[in-house]
Design a protein around this ligand. Sequence first.
Ligand SMILES: NC(=O)c1ccc[n+]([C@@H]2O[C@H](COP(=O)([O-])OP(=O)(O)OC[C@H]3O[C@@H](n4cnc5c(N)ncnc54)[C@H](OP(=O)(O)O)[C@@H]3O)[C@@H](O)[C@H]2O)c1
Length: 319
Amino acid sequence: MPSIGKLDVSPQGFGAMGLSHTYGQADDASSIKTLHRAIDLGITFFDTATGYGAGHNEELLGKAIKDRRDSLVVASKFVHRPNGGGAAVPAVTPRAAVEASLTRLGLDHIDLYYLHRVDPDIAIEESIGELGRLVEEGKIGGVGVSEASAEGIRRAHATYPLTALQSEYSLWTRDVEVEILPTIRELGIGFVAYSPLGRGFLAGAEVSDPDDRRRQHPRFQPEAVAANSLRRATIEQVAKRVGASVAQVSLAWVLSKQVVPIPGTRHINHLESNWAANHLELDSESLVALEAAFPRGATTGARYPAEALKLVPPEPIAA
Ligand SMILES: NC(=O)c1ccc[n+]([C@@H]2O[C@H](COP(=O)([O-])OP(=O)(O)OC[C@H]3O[C@@H](n4cnc5c(N)ncnc54)[C@H](OP(=O)(O)O)[C@@H]3O)[C@@H](O)[C@H]2O)c1
């Protein structure tokens, strides 16, 4: 069983964000069925955040796991100020955020709590120091950060030992390979790979809902989709050759990097198929072909809209 710091987790976790109307509509009754199926399959690691659906996601997850919480590792996250906010916006403290998350989740303890984005106006030592105190008090089990730079990770870890870094990692977002993965491996910090299916693109999914948040993302603009589809054709070829789905090949590639992906889905059939990727070991021919089709930094379109892009580490120089 993989571990993240002291936490033993399933080879894949479940990312719950999409159950709060992020990538198209979701309804709570079927989301709860999907979450229960995830637990039945053996998924023990569940990821949410204060910002997903403005609290809806934590409440939904809390409701779904109410009777089965003891065998699960629950992770959530907070930001001091939404979208960076700026110094004029009053900052939420880690303590207030944790208390609110505990209430929404209906728990007395959250296993892993991340700083979702480093606030440009608050020293990382201040955020992490306070989260460390909340570990000492037993309110959270471990401290994580999401999308910190290598320097930020070192500063955070020197303040309070980090359990996990959560950053975007998939075939079309390989930025972390340059500095971040070597840094967390040196420091013994776990790595949680978010959007491992490229927000659905690397699973062959299409955006149809007019309110889908991906419509604001540069990579989901028509010209970027056209260019990146040429790269995705290699995943389709590998999938055909090994007798797997496109999503399974994309996930198997992430799993081959010894990290814990947290794919999200609203659908039980997708969930079951994604989970089966745990048993798909890609041969070296496949790995070479996939990495040649997706060289680091070659994806068309930035991975976030302009404002959100300011809050993640800059893209490293292309391989
Ligand atoms: N730390 C951060 O800043 C951050 C940012 C983003 C996400 N996250 C976390 O990471 C989790 C996963 O990331 P994500 O949801 O952005 O992206 P993802 O897991 O890469 O992709 C999710 C999308 O893929 C589709 N999908 C999943 N399996 C599929 C399959 N087998 N076939 C076809 N389509 C499939 C889903 O649609 P269906 O629902 O239709 O299956 C959904 O639209 C989130 O839930 C969240 O917990 C963290």
